[in-house]
Every structure is written in structure tokens, then in C-alpha cells.
Design a protein around this ligand. Sequence first.
Ligand SMILES: Cc1cc2nc3c(=O)[nH]c(=O)nc-3n(C[C@H](O)[C@H](O)[C@H](O)COP(=O)(O)O)c2cc1C
Length: 210
Amino acid sequence: MSYEAVRKDYVKHTLEESDCLPDPIHMLEDWLKEALKEMEDANAMTLTTVNPDGFPESRVVLIRQLDQEGLVFYTNYDSAKGKDIAIHPKVGVNFFWPWLERQVRVRGIAERLSAEASDAYFNSRPRESQLGAWASIQSEEMTTRDQLDKRLVECTERFKDQDVPRPPHWGGFRIKPQYFEFWQGRSNRLHDRIRYESVEGGWKLSRLFP
Ligand SMILES: Cc1cc2nc3c(=O)[nH]c(=O)nc-3n(C[C@H](O)[C@H](O)[C@H](O)COP(=O)(O)O)c2cc1C
């Protein structure tokens, strides 16, 4: 199959400088809210890290918190992404909301959340997800699916009749953003792109060619 004939024109919205809030975090909050109203998984973001060989690696994670401190997601600290971040904390994030014809890029520095903050979120998760965090050795090779099922049975037995504590290898990362780009699809590929760069005392806005 050729993909050359797959074409779409982007016509739903525009992005003027006058639409842009001075604070990109507020802007991202607004766009996220709008996206979540229309579609499940709108809080999914593609996270790019750099692996020990210098290759960029991307995968989807869910944003769980967004405020002036940054973007928070949760994962296994011993996973491939966790190990990448321990060496190279500079990460990239991308949201794509096709139904709004919007994309947002973020660059920032990832750091671990405090144990208390990770505990608070872990304790709010369904028990099955808590047990899963113990059972999965995320990113490690497994022999057969049975190995995971067996580990889950073992963990279920181990924490029977008690609250499941947060595994020490599981928790949150906060990405402290330094750069944002808000992209709104426009007709004939002449899209709107507004960039926010972190500068002394605030954010500098500029428009980019599409
Ligand atoms: C919609 C969606 C949401 C996901 N959310 C998370 C998440 O919040 N945390 C996480 O560790 N993995 C999440 N994953 C799985 C990751 O994409 C990835 O497979 C996993 O974290 C292992 O990545 P790594 O080996 O690069 O560390 C999600 C996947 C999808 C498709």
C-alpha cells in the first residue's frame, strides 16, 4: 500500500498570538482540558529519552499532574526509561490530538518525585494496578507470559489481607519544562506554531514558520 494519497487538510482552528496565554502551563492545561472532553487517552503523551548508546527512545506515558512545578508521570524507576533518565535527565514530550488538529511539544528536565508524593498517588491506585507494579519487572525480558502470571499470584499471596505498599522501584517523575511549542494545523500545510522559551523571569513567545 502507498501512503502518498492519504491526505487531509487541517481547517478546524487557528492559533493567534492573542489566543496564547502568557504562561504555557496554563495554555497546556486549557488544551488538555479541551482534548479530554472529546476523547479518552488525551492525557497520553509520547516521552522521549536518550538511551545509554545515545539513541532517542520514545514511548507513551500518561500525564497525571500538571502545575507550575511541571508535568508528572509514574513508572518503574528500573525500566528502560527510568535508567535513561538517571543518566540523561533531559527529556522530550509530545502530545498529539488529531481530532483537534493540535500538537504540543515540551522539553524539560526530569527528576524523581518525593517518596511521599509517589506514595500518595500509589495509594490512590486500584489494588490490581498496585499488585501489577510489584509483579512486572518492567522492560526486562521474560520467557513466557506464565512468568508474569506466576509473579502476580505470588504478589497477591504476599500482600493478602494487607494494604499493598509502593514498591521502592516505582514512582513518579516530574518534568520541569524549559520549552513549549503549540501547533495548530491549518489549511494547505500553513500551520500555526507558537514557541515559548524560558527566559529570566518568565516566558518569551515567538512564532515559527510551519
Ligand atoms: C496509552 C498508554 C499509556 C501508558 N501509560 C504508561 C504510564 O503512565 N507509565 C508507564 O510506565 N508506562 C505506560 N505505558 C507503557 C509504555 O508506553 C511502555 O511500554 C513502558 O513504560 C515500557 O517502556 P520502557 O521500556 O521504554 O521503559 C503506556 C502505554 C500506552 C499505550
